[in-house]
Write a protein that binds this ligand. Structure first.
Ligand code: FES
Length: 104
């Protein structure tokens, strides 16, 4: 079966300190740019309900806006509790100016 990619936004709308929010079949995904690379992570904080893209990006980490858990964007690792666990990662790529997320 061939891979399927879904358009998730325009590269021009994404910057290092302003992630994008995208919903893939009801799943919230946050798209980040760090050091020129794109990363796509589960966007609902595992601790409670907060969208991490509405938190604070600091270099290669994002801090939850609700209780300040910190996650490493390139790996999804929880670096500071109370995140509870690591974040799920999604495959993301650029096709021209289009950001695309791989559909599992
Ligand atoms: S909801 Fe994110 S740390 Fe509590």
């Amino acid at each position: 079966m061939t891979d399927q990619w879904r358009c998730a936004g325009h590269a021009g709308d994404l910057s290092e300190d302003a992630p994008l929010e995208f919903k893939l079949d009801g799943t919230e995904i946050g798209i980040y740019k760090v050091g020129g690379e794109l990363y796509a992570l589960e966007n609902v904080c595992p601790h409670a309900y907060a969208l991490l893209t509405q938190g604070f990006v600091d270099g290669d980490t994002v801090e939850c806006p609700l209780h300040e858990a910190v996650f490493h964007i390139p790996t999804g690792k929880c670096l500071k509790e109370p995140g509870g666990r690591d974040l799920k990662m999604y495959s993301v790529r650029l096709a021209g100016e289009e950001i695309q997320i791989k559909v599992a």
